[in-house]
Design a protein around this ligand. Structure first.
Ligand SMILES: [Zn+2]
Length: 685
């Protein structure tokens, strides 16, 4: 079967937050590199994406912020779309699943399966909020976790102990909509009978043993696991989404994972809808000579390799995915990227902080792409990649070529006189590199492909360093002409092969060479620029160095969010029972100053403190050594409970107690008077 055209999709990003570097390295960058490469080869290709705008998390976010779900998705659709565009992700269409065209496409898809008896109906019992008059999604129910007694566990998971739950597991379930106790009520939903479809899916997967091992392996384990595939509900009791287009389905919408992948089809329709041939979308989805490739992250494998293909098979009119080159996860500074903890580098923020450095992030992310296993992004590595690779190798080579050509020949490409052996070897190597890049890209090995691209820059850099035309110009002018001719050929071919990886740089480079962008096939020629051509006069630096300051700023930004997270995520202890004023006034608390402090031998926690309480000087043993060193303690003004009965601790009589503030992580700090005038012995009341 010959391939005539390519339908390339990138996972629809979920519209309840912006895009971060994990998303980029997971699917948007590899997809973009691949598409740019195909376009450069003059292949017929469309690049499809859009915002995934349905599902429960969006309704919860809307409720929290006091706005409508539509307002939530409008906000993030714009932020994501703008950021992708600025970053050079070259979608042919960036659509959205709240669009009319999508609602109709998804509803029609469902209806066709429904009419073909493609679903099984199941009646289940689900929690229903009588006050709010609606069924409750798992996340809308909270209650006490049966495992750890956390009172704020969700219907699908307890975030304190990590146990995954069903809503009916919760003790004292409560609706988050009205606060009332929900009742169990019967509801009908439509299930995709994956159990029955399992043999067909299995055959399909087994035809694709060429898929990446992480992808094929995960599919096999789903298929071969103990219970095999189970029927999955494709509808939900919810009021945000694509309404289920059958009778008796009021208040139900399509499951977000049913409608989202259909979004690829709707987006393709949208791409052609106002053209001369609005039906052209069908070629990309129905013609056997079209090749469908889904770029996704590993968390979406089951939906793209099993559920969506099952839906497509049941529908019958569409082609099935030819490949699903999913990546693993990217971590950040050694930690899992987390949207809720704000542990992320957000694309729209990067674009503000590093204006004009889109390609640096593209380079650093591609170099660390988690192709076969999880990988890590660090700001230090980002800096090194820019300074030692992009600037020192790529940028340095180009700068030398441009400066020397302008200086020695007024920017006019000199004629090569006679090639020496070194020239021929360099040119031969030059035209071999593109095939190696192709080979890697055809296997979805983007890191390898990009490092071959950099090998071309290295080739150029080394060639000039070896030939030293800046020295030779004084003794052998003719020879330098040939050297510069060769170097210029390397520069222009580098502009061609860099395009999929570093599109902004490629464009700049073509401009600097005063040449129209060339397509991929030209990278196999070693004489693209002829003698006599004039390049642009003012060489611009392609990659400026990134200073420590900028990197430290980013690292500090992350550290700040870590601190905020710790405070936000921890649970405060509940309030103690009420006491009377008399109870309180029995305590005699005074301001004191620590005069001396030493560790209590053979203990980790204890400090022996001598304190001036204004009334006397006394010894207090305090369990604060983990947070305060003896040196830091001396001179500190503290609050001390002076009428606490003396106790012996490790053989030392301790009279009274220092008051400490303890945060949810158990970290201690002194409670000190703010004003200097409140001297020792002042009463705290
Ligand atoms: Zn729990």
């Amino acid at each position: 079967m010959s391939i005539k055209r390519h339908t390339i999709t990138a996972a629809l990003p979920y519209a309840n937050g912006p895009v971060h570097i994990g998303h980029l390295a997971g699917c948007y960058l590899p997809a973009d590199i691949y598409v740019r490469y195909l376009r450069s080869k003059n292949e017929d290709v469309i690049f499809i994406c859009g915002s995934d705008e349905h599902g429960v998390p969006i309704t919860i976010k809307a409720k929290k912020e006091g706005i409508t779900p539509q307002q939530v998705v409008d906000k993030y659709h714009k932020i994501m779309g703008d950021a992708f565009r600025e970053f050079g992700i070259s979608f042919d269409v960036y659509s959205r699943t709240s669009s009319q065209i999508h609602h109709k496409t998804a509803a029609d898809f469902f209806k066709k399966l429904y009419d073909n008896n493609g679903f099984t109906e199941q009646i289940t019992e689900q929690y229903f909020d009588e006050e709010a008059a609606q069924f409750l999604a798992d996340r809308y129910i909270t209650g006490t976790c049966p495992k750890c007694t956390n009172e704020n566990a969700y219907g699908d998971q307890c975030e304190k102990c990590g146990t995954s739950l069903s809503p009916t597991d919760l003790i004292h379930p409560k609706s988050t909509l009205s606060g009332s106790k929900p009742i169990l009520k019967q509801t009908k939903n439509w299930f995709l009978p994956l159990d029955k479809l399992s043999p067909k899916i299995k055959t399909f997967i087994e035809q694709h043993q060429d898929w990446k091992t992480n992808v094929y392996g995960q599919c096999k384990s789903w298929l071969d696991s103990g219970d095999g595939l189970q029927p999955r509900a494709m509808t939900r009791d919810l009021d945000w989404g694509v309404p289920v287009p059958v009778e008796g389905a009021d208040g139900k919408v399509l499951y977000v994972w049913f409608d989202a992948p259909i979004g690829y089809i709707s987006a393709t329709k949208e791409l052609f809808q106002n053209t001369q041939n609005p039906n052209k979308w069908e070629l990309y989805w129905k013609d056997k000579e079209s090749r469908l490739i889904h770029f996704i992250g590993k968390d979406n494998i089951v939906f793209h390799c099993i559920i969506f293909p099952a839906m497509l098979m049941e529908h019958g009119e569409f082609i099935l995915p030819d490949n699903v080159p999913a990546n693993e996860f990217l971590n950040l500074e050694g930690d899992k990227i987390s949207t809720s903890r704000n542990w992320a580098v957000w694309l729209h923020e990067y674009l503000l902080d590093f204006k004009g450095k889109e390609d640096v992030l593209r380079y650093a992310l591609t170099a660390n792409m988690p192709e076969t296993k999880d990988n890590d992004f660090t700001w230090k590595d980002f800096q090194t990649k820019n300074n030692s690779e992009l600037a020192d190798i790529f940028g340095n080579f180009i700068n030398r070529v441009l400066v020397l050509t302008n200086k020695n020949y007024n920017g006019i490409v000199p004629d090569a006189k006679e090639f020496e052996k070194t020239d021929l070897i360099a040119l031969e190597e030059l035209i071999k590199i593109p095939s190696r890049i192709e080979e890697s890209l055809n296997k979805f090995r983007f890191r390898e492909a990009m490092s071959e691209m950099m090998n071309m820059a290295r080739l150029g850099n080394k060639y000039l360093a070896d030939q030293e035309p800046w020295k030779l110009i004084k003794t052998n002018e003719e020879r330098v002409k040939t050297i510069m001719y060769v170097a210029i050929q390397i520069a222009v071919n580098l502009a061609i092969v860099a395009e999929p990886f570093l599109p902004f740089t490629s464009k700049k480079l073509f401009h600097l060479l005063n040449f129209s962008p060339l397509k991929w096939s030209h990278s196999k020629n070693s004489n693209n620029i002829s003698a006599g051509h004039k390049i642009n006069e003012h060489p611009e630096i392609l990659f400026s160095k990134i200073e420590d300051e900028e990197i430290n700023h980013q690292i500090n930004k992350l550290e700040e969010s870590k601190k905020t997270n710790i405070l936000n995520s921890a649970t405060l202890q509940p309030a103690k029972p009420e006491i009377s004023f008399d109870d309180f006034s029995k305590m005699d608390i005074r301001v004191g100053t620590i005069l001396e402090a030493e560790r209590v031998p053979k203990t980790d926690k204890l400090l022996k403190l001598t304190i001036d309480t204004g009334l006397d000087k006394r010894t207090v043993v305090s369990g604060i050594a983990a947070w305060v060193t003896p040196e830091d303690a001396v001179g500190k003004r503290v609050s001390i409970l002076v009428n606490l009965a003396p106790r012996k601790i490790k053989g030392i009589e301790s009279k009274g107690m220092i008051l400490m503030a303890e945060n949810p992580q158990g970290e201690l700090g002194f409670v000190s008077p703010v004003k200097d005038e409140t001297g020792n012995g002042s009463i705290i009341k």
